[in-house]
Design a protein around this ligand. Structure first.
Ligand SMILES: [Zn+2]
Length: 99
């Protein structure tokens, strides 16, 4: 009984070249695609970094400008120092974080 049931693709395979300088066009395409994906990750990470910075600035303003309604956060750990957040704007009751 053979266990070789692994599915093989039916796409035509080119004969393998033994010369090192010849790079398969499929491989070139994959490398190109990978490069583009990496660039897109970098762009996305930049966007995230900038957005986080903006949120920090906004939270600083909110901390000063909102008439907070502090609410106890029951989900926080017993040793968390900041246990209250504003139910209106969502900032934490910790001035150090927003200075
Ligand atoms: Zn608030």
């Amino acid at each position: 009984m053979s266990n070789e049931n692994a599915s093989k693709s039916n796409t035509e395979t080119k004969p393998k070249a033994n010369t090192e300088e010849v790079i398969d066009s499929n491989v070139v395409a994959l490398i190109e695609k990978k490069k583009k994906m990496k660039q897109s990750i970098e762009g996305a990470e930049n966007t995230i970094r900038e957005a986080k910075k903006s949120i920090k600035e906004i939270e600083k303003l909110l901390f000063r400008q909102c008439k907070h309604r502090w609410q106890y956060d029951y989900s926080c750990a017993f040793d968390d120092h900041t246990k209250h957040f504003c139910s209106t704007c969502g900032v934490w009751k910790n001035a150090y974080w927003y200075s």
